[in-house]
Ligand binder design. Structure first.
Ligand SMILES: CC(C)(COP(=O)(O)OP(=O)(O)OC[C@H]1O[C@@H](n2cnc3c(N)ncnc32)[C@H](O)[C@@H]1OP(=O)(O)O)[C@@H](O)C(=O)NCCC(=O)NCCS
Length: 137
């Protein structure tokens, strides 16, 4: 886990906004790090990527909420917005045109809501991720 915490810290040092306790296994587009916002207690799985460029409109910020799980090989496209307590499925593609609301599981290309998450699931994930947040209340 320390590798993933170190990667998140490295991205913070470069200017990305990443909350405490976020585990970064995947990749961030850090050519313009100020465009990347990820909340606390998230996990970005291996081979997932967050992109801020490559849109016909140029650079676009990406905003990922708190306690979000981004699955293996997911692609978060420029301008995407993902709410708190979301799970993004493996291989999903999340475009700007389809903001993901809080507390859902979303999957596919383009990512669509496949179900709501239960309060129990959300509490359990938050509890699990709290251990990586030394400053957690
Ligand atoms: C998205 C995910 C969390 C859904 O889990 P779940 O809530 O148990 O959902 P289900 O398996 O019951 O599937 C619900 C629906 O979503 C679809 N679905 C699930 N995962 C999907 C995915 N990754 N891509 C596309 N569709 C997916 C299912 O086909 C099903 O659709 P249907 O009802 O039309 O048949 C899970 O499938 C997933 O992708 N987890 C990420 C795993 C991962 O990346 N691990 C990283 C380890 S390092």
């Amino acid at each position: 886990m320390s590798d993933a915490l170190d990667r998140a810290e490295d991205a913070r040092q470069r200017g990305a906004s990443i909350g405490p306790g976020t585990l970064l296994w995947g990749r961030l587009d850090l050519v313009r790090p100020e465009l990347v916002t990820i909340g606390r207690g998230c996990q970005i799985a291996p081979e997932a990527i967050v992109l801020c460029h490559g849109s016909p409109d140029g650079w676009q910020p990406v905003t990922i909420g708190d306690y979000v799980y981004v699955g293996l090989r997911a692609v978060i496209l420029p301008g995407a917005v993902i709410g708190d307590d979301v799970v993004i499925g493996a291989g999903a593609v999340v475009p700007r045109a389809r903001p993901i609301p809080p507390r859902v599981v979303a999957a596919g290309n383009p990512a669509r809501v496949v179900r709501q998450r239960t309060p129990e699931e959300i509490t359990e994930f938050r509890r699990k991720m709290a251990r990586w947040q030394p400053d957690a209340a």
